[in-house]
Every structure is written in structure tokens, then in C-alpha cells.
Design a protein around this ligand. Structure first.
Ligand code: PAF
Length: 298
């Protein structure tokens, strides 16, 4: 496995792969890798001739300077893991290598078709502009055949699909395929996240209530649907009731505070009146650490 830190080196390697008709799989990451990332990399290694993993804590997607400063970084440990699972190249540039001073300080403009107006986009203004900025740059540099993203960041994934669909019309990313990868959880149910590293043992225990409540809400949704259909009632009321029940159950746990819980359509990300094709997305503060998770109702 080779670690490259400049765009020039990376592009030379990509050109060599393209010249020998090798397929390239890209896994964009911000490092602090865990088994969730490993599952994406293993898939990329299995599906493609060459697997490129980017490790870059992208400053333009952080709207909170403290969050950026505290984001865990450990390139040696990341490289060890990536090498053990068969990645070919790790691209780990500095922010200065990735962006000009102007790019670093100007909001990247993009038409999100409203997908950024809800949930994470609403709570973290400018966050998705930074995500789209870095992901489109990585696509441009690596020219992957396939790129792998986790469903834990469901809104990010929806926005990346939108970006690729829009740009493919203009031929920018060729036949690039975005591969959605399921959330990886600890046996306890806790969704794997780089931010879990910032949780104390006690906070980690407390955080289990998040996934436990989401899984329980599948049962609540089924019951609510059955009740509404036997009473010939509109489901909108049941969706609202399940949403509130999830918020109340998590907030009842000392140490947890829900920032938002929304039950939205999986495509439009707009609040929905039915559980069909719906996903519940939650953000919870566990002490000072902001955790996200989601559950599909389908
Ligand atoms: O999901 C992440 O880790 C980041 O948002 C991504 C896609 C690597 C862009 O910086």
C-alpha cells in the first residue's frame, strides 16, 4: 500500500491505472477509521482492481471550529488498518494541498434542490457545501468507477446521489456508480462512528438508548399502522406520534438530548405522512458529543 500526499502524485497513479484499464474504487473518509469504514474498503477491494482511500479531515464542511479541532486524527493507525484489508493507495493531503486559500474561504455553490434545507443542513449551515466541494474534487482527481459511502450519513448520501445524477447529465463523472453501504453497528446496537472515540465508557453505555429506541420504534410504527388502518384513519397522526415518542424516549435518558428526529421520505428527505419508503433520522447530544443514527421503516 502506498500513501500519497499530493494531487500530482495521485493523478499520475490514476493515469497509470486508467492506461492499463484497471477499475478504481474510491472510499472517501476523514480518517479515525473503524470497522464501518473497513466494511466499505473491503467492498471496494472486492469490486475493483484498485482501491483508493482518501483520509482528509475536510475543514470546509465544519461550521464549528471546535468540532474541527477535536476531530480525532491518527494516520498511522488508519494506514495500518487499510494495509491489512488490502487498500492500494491512501490519499492523505494537507488542506493547503487540497484547496487554494480562496477555495478554503469561499462557500462552494451548489444547487441541492432543497435536500440541504432539512436536518443536518438546517443545523449545520454550509456543511453540505463543504461535503460536495471535497467529494467532487476527489471524484475529479481519482476518476473512480465506483465510490462507497455509508448509510449512517443518509442525508449526505442522498445529496451525493443528487450531485452525481446532475453532473452525469453533463458527463462530468462518466459512469461513476455510488454504492450505498449499510450502517455497521457494535453488537450492542451502537452505530459505529469516529466520534464514538470521544465518548467515555459511561457515555457509550448511555448512548445505547439511541439505537435501542430506534429499533423499538419499528414496532411502534407497525402498531400505529395497524391501528390507523383498522380505524380507517389517516396515518399522518401516527407518524407524528411515533416521531414524538422517539424524541421523548431518548430525552428521558439522563445525559442524552435530541437535537432533531425527523421521519422523512428516503428520496425527497421531506417529512412524510406514511411509513412507506420512510426513514427516521436522529441527532443526539451525548454529553458534548453529537451522534447521528437512522432507521428505515419501509
Ligand atoms: O462522511 C465523511 O466522512 C465525510 O463527510 C466525507 C464524505 C469523507 C467528505 O469529507
Amino acid at each position: 500500500m502506498q500513501i500519497v500526499t499530493t494531487k500530482k502524485e495521485l493523478q499520475a497513479l490514476v493515469q497509470a491505472c486508467k492506461a492499463s484499464r484497471k477499475t478504481i474504487g474510491l472510499v472517501p473518509t476523514m480518517g479515525a477509521l473503524h470497522q464501518g469504514h473497513a466494511s466499505l474498503v473491503k467492498r471496494a477491494v472486492a469490486d475493483n482492481d484498485i482501491c483508493v482511500v482518501s483520509v482528509f479531515v475536510n475543514p470546509t464542511q465544519f461550521n464549528n471550529k471546535e468540532d474541527l479541532a477535536k476531530y480525532p486524527r491518527n494516520i498511522e493507525r488508519d494506514a495500518e488498518l487499510l494495509s491489512s484489508i488490502g487498500a492500494d493507495y491512501v490519499f492523505a493531503p494537507t488542506p493547503e494541498e487540497m484547496y487554494s486559500a480562496e477555495e478554503m474561504n469561499t462557500t462552494f455553490a451548489f444547487d441541492f434542490a432543497g435536500l440541504d434545507q432539512v436536518m443536518e443542513g438546517k443545523m449545520r449551515p454550509g456543511h453540505f457545501n463543504g461535503v460536495v466541494q471535497v467529494v467532487s474534487r476527489l471524484f475529479y482527481l481519482v476518476q473512480p468507477d465506483k465510490a462507497y459511502f455509508g448509510e449512517k450519513d443518509f442525508q449526505q448520501l442522498a445529496i451525493i446521489h443528487h450531485m452525481v445524477e446532475r453532473s452525469s447529465m453533463a458527463g462530468t463523472f462518466g459512469n461513476l456508480q455510488i454504492i450505498d453501504c449499510p450502517i455497521v453497528r457494535e453488537e450492542s446496537g451502537l452505530a459505529l462512528s469516529s466520534r464514538n472515540e470521544r465518548l467515555s465508557a459511561a457515555e457509550k453505555e448511555t448512548a445505547l438508548a439511541i439505537s435501542k429506541t430506534l429499533f423499538e420504534s419499528l414496532k411502534w410504527a407497525k402498531e400505529a399502522t395497524a391501528t390507523a388502518s383498522s380505524a380507517h384513519q389517516n396515518l399522518a397522526h401516527s407518524v407524528a406520534a411515533v416521531r414524538q415518542r422517539v424524541i421523548d424516549a431518548i430525552n428521558a435518558v439522563p445525559g442524552l438530548e435530541v437535537e432533531y428526529y425527523e421521519i422523512v421520505d428516503q428520496t425527497t428527505l421531506l417529512p412524510t405522512d406514511t411509513f412507506e419508503h420512510a426513514i427516521g433520522c436522529v441527532t443526539v447530544y451525548c454529553g458534548p458529543v453529537r451522534l447521528i443514527d437512522n432507521i428505515k421503516y419501509e
